[in-house]
Design a protein around this ligand. Structure first.
Ligand SMILES: [Zn+2]
Ligand SMILES: [Zn+2]
Length: 249
């Protein structure tokens, strides 16, 4: 499994793209979240129309979801015909069509490829094209699902936004890599995770590697030295850059 970190920033970070990753497994490619800035970054790596199989939407905040109309527009422009599968919580279909209609009125009817929507329910794994997907709700201001992807070889967890909950910890436990939001250094913003919270999570849940994403932009600068020190002390803790590739062997 390969993880291309398309963006590592939070909603308002002008130096880093919105948090998103492109996952490549043996048989599929999955885009994790599609915020405002994601399509431009994604198409920097993808130049053929059928390059993507799935889009996962953790929740409907703009930095995770509002890039979807542009993603679809560009695939249409490239002449895509292969179905695109969108996976997320209830109302994903209605909200996606609404976002598309607001961005480009009448465009949904012109799409040259089918959109296939899959609703995931906590506690019910979704088996799709050789992948097992499981979701649980995190503690965030809007319902957000953390996602566990198991391709039979590796287990990858992607938090979207929010702190871990007792239920999401069960998915996170023992995973090979967690991509986790860490908004601040300590747990100082309700509904968001933190770097220290992630460190504790790594230890409690026996996570092999954890990549810190979605760091609040001022924290990233002001706490640079403290963060670098933590990275030195904890070899499994990662601070990926935009465009960084993480390979799970
Ligand atoms: Zn959010
Ligand atoms: Zn966010």
């Amino acid at each position: 499994m390969q993880v291309l970190c398309l963006g590592v920033g939070e909603a308002c970070d002008s130096r880093h793209g919105n948090t998103s990753a492109l996952i490549t497994t043996k048989n599929s490619t999955i885009l994790l979240d599609c915020g405002f800035s994601v399509p431009h970054r994604f198409f920097g790596y993808c130049d053929e129309p059928d390059c993507l199989d799935f889009v996962w939407v953790s929740h409907f905040h703009g930095d995770h979801f509002f890039g979807l109309p542009l993603l679809l527009l560009r695939f249409w422009e490239m002449g895509r015909h292969k179905p695109l599968q969108l996976i997320g919580q209830q109302e994903l279909e209605e909200k996606s069509i609404t976002a598309l209609e607001l961005a480009y009125p009448g465009f949904a009817e012109k799409l040259s490829f089918p959109l296939q929507f899959h609703t995931i329910t906590p506690g019910s794994p979704l088996l799709i094209e050789g992948l097992q997907l499981q979701a649980e709700q995190s503690a965030h201001s809007q319902r957000n699902y953390g996602l566990l992807i198991d391709d039979g070889i590796h287990r990858l967890y992607y938090s979207g936004d929010g702190r871990p909950t007792a239920k999401s910890r069960r998915l996170i436990h023992g995973c090979d890599l967690a991509l986790h939001e860490a908004f601040t250094l300590h747990n100082s913003v309700p509904g968001h995770g933190s770097i220290n919270g992630c460190l504790q999570l790594m230890e409690d849940e026996n996570i092999k590697q954890l990549a810190l994403l979605h760091i609040e932009r001022t924290t990233r600068q002001v706490q640079k030295t403290a963060i670098e020190e933590l990275l030195k002390q904890h070899p499994g803790l990662l601070l990926p850059k935009d465009g960084e590739l993480i390979i799970l062997n």
